[in-house]
Design a protein around this ligand. Structure first.
Ligand SMILES: [Zn+2]
Ligand SMILES: [Zn+2]
Length: 356
């Protein structure tokens, strides 16, 4: 079968490989769609998250088949999997976890203690186990979630990034009627703003320096866009909301946006960190955090969220379809996919399909 495999920094090859039968606790899926993520770009540009030595739970090292945001059809079922049958359409939750450690047992399997690698390799399919930029993939049955009846598999491929922002909503404690700000209008920021609206937020502000991205936000129905290179974000928000927003979702991950996030969040509000930060950030802990009663909370991946997320997407198919901006084949994955995502700010979710 054809697979897009990464060997290291800037070394991705489309190759013909063989795939084993699924193990007893696995299913084999014929991949239908697989989204390209910012982390695929970091893996490509910097070799970020790739196993350079055997990964603890999988024993894998590069080369690895990239791709972790995928949907497909079950074509083979391991003998211990009794929840799925051949022909089922599924969305893949791409985590790698042992299922036995303290964190796995309490449901925090995204923090599996046995999925920590000395070289920082990611606990994900597409990083430390072969992923979805291929014609077929073997995945654990428990991580293959059946799509709601009649749901388009294109939308199934959007479940993974939506699960990221769903987890952020959970962690933030967002309730109907609260006001939120979202820093950054990249793919995750846009999904974050959409999900905040769906979750019942009153006002949703989205902040980005890119006009193209803010235009995209408007297209998705997020009316309150703010460009910090043109306006003072805090002033704009406080004109409407004297005390600031209840929750700020930090989806950009740089010092400047973190500073703004602290400023626009109301006293006793929540600053929910969603982005990964490339550099250290500093803050005035006493004056700007403690004395304001700001809760800074973080989130990483998701757990026990996929069924809920698939339901949400299936209830708002037209909205989520709008974030899919391009579809390409496996051969175009790097040039028209991963690189386009880096260079073209009008792209939100680029889907790769082996059928194209
Ligand atoms: Zn992703
Ligand atoms: Zn574990």
């Amino acid at each position: 079968m054809k697979a897009v495999r990464i060997y290291g920094e800037k070394d991705v090859r489309v190759e013909d490989v063989t795939i084993d039968d699924p193990k007893d606790d696995e299913v084999q899926v014929r991949v239908k769609y697989c989204g390209i993520c910012g982390s695929d770009l970091h893996a490509y540009l910097e070799g970020w998250g790739l196993p350079t030595q055997p990964y603890p739970l999988t024993g894998k090292t590069v080369p690895i088949t990239l791709g972790h945001e995928f949907s497909g059809e079950v074509v083979k079922v391991g003998k211990d999997v009794d929840t799925l049958k051949i022909g089922d359409d599924v969305a893949i939750e791409p985590l790698i976890a042992c299922g036995k450690c303290e964190n796995c047992r309490k449901g925090d399997y995204n923090f599996c203690n046995n999925a920590v690698a000395a070289d920082g390799a990611g606990n994900f399919l597409g990083f430390s186990q072969d992923g979805g930029f291929a014609e077929f993939a073997n995945v654990q049955g428990v991580f293959a979630h059946k799509l709601p009846e009649g749901m388009d598999p294109e939308l199934g491929a959007v479940a993974e990034p939506t699960a990221v922002v769903y987890e952020a909503v959970k962690r933030s404690g967002l309730r109907e009627g609260e006001n939120v700000a979202v820093m950054g209008a990249g793919p995750i920021g846009l999904l974050m703003a959409l999900l905040a609206k769906i979750s019942g937020a009153n006002k949703v502000y989205i902040v980005d320096v890119s006009k193209v991205r803010l235009a995209k936000a408007k297209e998705l129905g997020i009316e309150n866009t703010i460009n910090p290179s043109e306006e003072d974000v805090n002033e704009v928000i406080r004109k409407d909301l004297l005390n600031g927003v209840d929750i700020t979702f930090e989806c950009a991950g740089v010092q400047a946006t973190f500073d703004t996030a602290l400023k626009v969040t109301k006293r006793t509000g929540t600053l929910q960190v969603v982005a990964l930060f490339g550099k250290d950030v500093s803050m005035n802990m006493t004056d700007d955090v403690i004395m304001q009663g700001i809760n800074i909370t973080t989130t990483l991946c998701y757990n026990n969220s996929f069924p809920a997320v698939l339901g949400i997407i299936n209830n708002h198919p037209d909205t989520f379809r709008k974030i899919i901006t391009k579809e390409i084949g496996l051969d175009q994955d790097v040039d028209e996919g991963i690189k386009a995502l880096a260079e073209d700010k009008s792209q939100v979710k680029i889907l790769v399909s082996p059928d194209l």
